[in-house]
Design a binder for this molecule. Sequence first.
Ligand SMILES: NC(=O)c1ccc[n+]([C@@H]2O[C@H](COP(=O)([O-])OP(=O)(O)OC[C@H]3O[C@@H](n4cnc5c(N)ncnc54)[C@H](O)[C@@H]3O)[C@@H](O)[C@H]2O)c1
Length: 268
Amino acid sequence: MRITIVGCGSIGSKLAKAADAMSEVKRIYLMDKRKEVAERVAATLNKGIIINSVEEELYHTDLVIEAASQEAAKEILPKVVARGVDIMIMSVGSLVDDEFRSMVFEKARVSEAKVYIPTGALCGCDGLRSASTGGLDEVELITMKGPKSLLGVEYMESRGIDVEKITEKTVIYTGYAREAVKLFPRNINVAATVSLLGIGFDKTKVTVVVDPEIKSNSHELRIRGEFGNMTCHTYNYPEPDNPKTSHLATLSAISALKRIVRNEWFGI
Ligand SMILES: NC(=O)c1ccc[n+]([C@@H]2O[C@H](COP(=O)([O-])OP(=O)(O)OC[C@H]3O[C@@H](n4cnc5c(N)ncnc54)[C@H](O)[C@@H]3O)[C@@H](O)[C@H]2O)c1
């Protein structure tokens, strides 16, 4: 299998390293808007080749993996699926717009391309996916973060909130996933994943809490429905090179790639 990784940052670089060790992966095309970043990653691989745009080797690629940004995902998703190439998306918030999402999935249906969305930084997606096949009454995500992972978020800055000056546990947002994934585009992709798996962006409740005392970012997923109820609490360590990203998100991308290349679907 030949793969293309778009975005060679925290997730992309580790995914590339893991893919390099997979015997099923023959070639890894690497692309980053900062070419030097892709070059640094390629230098550590045996199978890495730099490309300048996702289109460059699209005919030679079996799977494109986006690990860049919502903007990148929005740009490449339609192009990739229209050519019938499979794609894995990490910036899941890019799928919040209903019209855009329908357009992408319609193109994918016609071309028979697959769109993969790893579970990312969240546990409990298996139960949510099964539960949503019956009736679901309530889905709620409570995300707790340390100040560092919310630095530079426009929503906070526009309200004059300096996260580094928060001294006690503080709720900074309550609302629904549709708004939350737009306000925190790099911080709660999992709200988008939960919405897609469960009851949608307009019914999934989201709370974001800042806690200066915590060492790990946590997600509490609460669901109630025909099956019963479930609470699943994930305590994540951040990636050392990017406090906005949880290590589990990187591991979920690697494990998704393993399942795809080996065609092994345990716990599906
Ligand atoms: N699904 C999840 O649970 C989950 C968890 C963590 C992160 N994410 C998302 O995954 C994405 C990658 O995360 P990360 O921690 O690796 O980020 P990162 O900032 O460490 O790396 C992103 C890389 O992508 C590159 N890039 C940005 N825009 C690009 C574009 N248009 N074309 C090509 N390259 C581009 C950047 O130069 C950077 O090197 C982010 O959007 C993040 O929000 C998802």
